[in-house]
Design a protein around this ligand. Sequence first.
Ligand code: NAD
Length: 496
Amino acid sequence: MSQSSTQTLPGGAPATGKTRITVARGDGIGPEIMEATLAVLDAAGANLDYDYIEVGEQVYLKGNAAGIEPRAWDSLKETRVFLKAPITTPQGGGYKSLNVTTRKALGLFANVRPCVAYHPFVRTKHPAMDVVIVRENEEDTYGGIEHRQTDEVVQCLKLISRPGSEKIVRYAFEYARRYGRKKVTCFTKDNIMKMTDGLFHKLFEEVGAEYPDIEKEHWIVDIGAAKLADTPEVFDVIVMPNLYGDILSDVAAQIAGSVGLAGSSNIGAGYAMFEAIHGSAPRRAGQNLANPSGLMLGAVMMLVHLGKGEVAERVHNAWLRTIEDGMHTYDIFKEGTSKEKVGTKEFAQAIIARMGQEPATLKPVRYAGGASKPIQITIKERKRARKELVGIDIIVDDPRKSPAGLADVMQKLGGKDFDLVMMSSRGMKIWPDGNPETIIMDHIRCRYMGRDGQVVSHDGLAELLGRLANTNIDFVQIMNLYNFDGQPGFSLGQGQ
Ligand code: NAD
């Protein structure tokens, strides 16, 4: 459904010289907060042309598992900029996350969420908080690659790539430079996930060295998260892999004041999507109650991306002034601090009435200078590492849970080329010299290495698997073990 507000020339260019963007009104409170946002953008002179597309609940319920109508992709390919209101994912299984689909389909690798306190105008426990979370958006466990492998064990693959990590870390440093931020902090759990989170951390160190003007620090995510919840004012920009970023950006937005206040951008090389961080809040829908601020601040990021820095500045400063003047929707309204409880529409009108004004107490924003263009990221060329096949991990389904018995069989299968060096269950070594207290599942990893440290061949692996196939042992997964430039590309078993 296209409802462009202006006449469109062939090829999609609007007749009025307006910039065309793709807009989804979404579900629940979505249509109300979108209407309020677009009214403010129009009043600020954003000069935009809207191509409306259908996404969300109604599309899902028509049987489209991705929740986005096919025509929407044509619109996105043309405009490359998507302003999206929150949507409702219907209850029950089988529906794919529209956000994950859009991020992956459009290569939106960076999710940027500024989380700012507006003290003393919006109640917060952290008056000086001003943190930007930069979350990796395409990798980690979000590939949704999950398998049930045995009766007792399911698995989810966590994939972290060097180019993916480099892109997001570089984006975080470029963002810091562009917006005059002083420090970039990295959160990972590389004390446990030494290879996946370890790679992310390594790229943070490598790329960070190219930004001597910016302070750098790394925190293990658990204590980092505790520190963020307790003293967020010590952080500036925080870059994280996908899962930690997903969780902690909501925490950061909530402790800044309200999830209703935070906007978010999803940035790729060719496309960008802008939204509020909250959902469709169906219980508040249709009552002119919802706070449109999250979507409006997402739209401000969109204006900057479009090179309309002056308009972005006008909208953001008028919004700050409105907050400062105590015109508050129900979610941030507090007797004594707020002046007037307003609805969605009235809040938008209050911003429009203040267009051209700046806040008096809060710091005005400035986007009209160098800030107003997209951040471009280039990945460094590098030589591929030399790769040698040195062994194999074979996961078997062994309901007997008897390491000694299984080890006898598996050792014999090693033949002349392989030594069985270790067996583990849930990562914990159970053979040789397992601890009798270790609880064993029916999911056992058997690690074979080439005899005497020899490189092995695919033919050798195939023969090993052939011998295993002639037993009654079910093997559920194999993972080749490689050295890269002579260094092991695999972790040791816990206790190995
Ligand atoms: P939610 O963020 O929609 O709402 C949680 C609560 O926060 C609401 O009940 C309301 O009290 C408050 N709230 C949120 N936004 C507000 C606003 N703008 N103004 C005032 N109050 C606001 O989370 P939920 O209830 O867990 O999810 C509802 C639906 O939204 C679900 O279907 C979920 O899948 C979907 N969702 C969509 C997105 C998205 O499209 N980006 C993100 C998160 C959740």
